[in-house]
Design a protein around this ligand. Structure first.
Ligand SMILES: [Zn+2]
Length: 413
């Protein structure tokens, strides 16, 4: 395999040291012009002086007037789903409330009905288009959750689609089981019975698939919220998942502060996500834990909600990640440029902190230690940005600067 040197970049964002907490997120290890990265197959084999890079490489890529950085990692999406809900979105913009939307057949269970009615082949084709969009924004790794099947066969159908996409697509895919996304219509208001069904029937079936292929579902996620899944139900489901080797994640404190961030930290969740209403106590608990605080500003934007207290979380010493939350209901966007604009302009994170949240810390939110930074031995997931320095990502907001994406050493575009 030939060694390729990436030369002449205006800046190389190394993110050296990988994931970090608090104000250290601002130190992203930028190397000035005169430095280079060399890849050997799917790994990085050299970071340093350009002359040395030229000496040890077989071929070169010219990165003049560009920024070279680790590929983005989108650590929270619901990208595989049936149907769309554009009518519901317009109803909401025109003032319809939650009940009116539900009565018109909208809401998450509309997507559940559509997903159940859609074949694997159709779900794959639709998802493939969205994955191409992700790569166009410079995303090299994406997490995808199940959670629109909500019965044994359809949860497995969704996870099978994710598995088949992992085999055919260039982008790296991480899979999460999220049967506890909502309670399906057939259970009415009996959330306890549905939680019991997940633990007794669905998780054992997922686990038998994972026994042959641990990547089939690496995480178990629960929508922990008043009227969705209680703390008690969340603990039951996540502890059951843990027994089968599925690492816990939580949708926490999205609609109100239920101290769910603190619960996520206590349960050893890999990440606690949303956190729109997490207060000082939750921030303190997260900062003392290994749990990544994953913020999803595109959803808050789409729902006209206030943003999570990102500044407070970074200042308070949390490990903060940012992700899209792409889904057909509350947030049908996977736009990294918009996410960066919201993070830097509204959430008051610096550009450096924002980039750390979208690379090294996002890798930690997926328990991935082999990517998220440009260091010797890490995967060659490289992104070339068509700008002279990283500040342009915020300054020229909304623009997609992604010029070239390399995933595992392979040039995708
Ligand atoms: Zn979500």
């Amino acid at each position: 395999m030939s060694k390729i040197a990436y030369l002449n970049a205006s800046q190389i964002v190394t993110m050296r040291g990988g994931a970090r907490k608090g104000l250290a997120m601002n130190d992203i290890g930028i190397l000035p012009k005169g430095n280079a990265i060399v890849t050997d197959g799917e790994r990085i084999c050299f970071v340093g002086q350009q002359e040395e890079a030229l000496r040890i490489s077989d071929s070169t890529v010219d990165c003049t007037d560009c920024v070279l950085m680790p590929a983005f990692i989108d650590s929270h999406t619901h990208l595989v789903f049936g149907g769309y809900r554009e009518n519901e979105f317009n109803m909401r913009l025109n003032g319809a409330d939650y009940m009116e939307i539900m009565q018109s057949g909208g809401g998450i269970n509309a997507t559940v009905r559509a997903t159940r009615a859609t074949s694997e082949a159709e779900l794959s084709a639709k998802s493939r288009k969205l994955l191409c969009e992700c790569m166009r924004y410079g995303v090299g790794t994406v997490e995808i959750k199940s959670g629109y099947g909500l019965d044994c066969d359809n949860e497995i159908k969704q996870l099978d689609v994710i598995e088949s996409l992992r085999k055919t697509e260039d982008i790296s895919i991480v899979s999460t089981f999220m049967g506890a996304h909502a309670t399906p219509d057939e259970y009415g208001k009996n959330v306890d019975a549905y939680a019991e069904f997940l633990v007794e029937c669905v998780l054992p079936r997922i686990a038998s698939r994972c026994a042959d292929n641990p990547r089939y579902a690496e995480f178990c996620d629960v929508f922990c919220e008043k009227g969705v899944f209680s703390h008690e139900q969340t603990i039951k489901i996540l502890e059951c998942g843990k027994q089968y080797g599925l690492k816990p994640k939580m949708h926490a404190d999205e609609m109100m502060d239920m101290s769910s961030a603190a619960l996520a930290a206590k349960l050893g969740c890999v990440s606690a996500d949303h956190l729109l209403h997490t207060g000082a106590e939750g921030i303190e608990a997260l900062s003392r834990s290994d749990t990544v605080a994953t913020l999803l500003p595109l959803t808050a934007f789409s729902l006209c909600e206030s943003f999570a207290n990102a500044r407070g979380m970074v200042d308070g010493g949390c490990c903060v990640a940012l992700a899209s939350d792409l889904n057909p209901g509350s947030c049908f966007s996977n736009s990294i440029p918009l996410l960066i604009a919201l993070s830097t302009i509204y959430m008051k994170l610096t550009v450096n902190e924002t980039l750390c949240a979208l690379t090294a810390n996002a890798a930690k939110a997926l328990n991935l230690s082999d990517r998220g930074s440009l260091e010797v031995g890490k995967r060659a997931d490289l992104l070339l940005l068509d700008c002279d320095n990283v500040n342009f990502l915020s300054y020229h907001f909304g623009n997609n600067f992604a010029k070239s994406l390399i995933i595992g050493g392979k040039k995708v575009y």
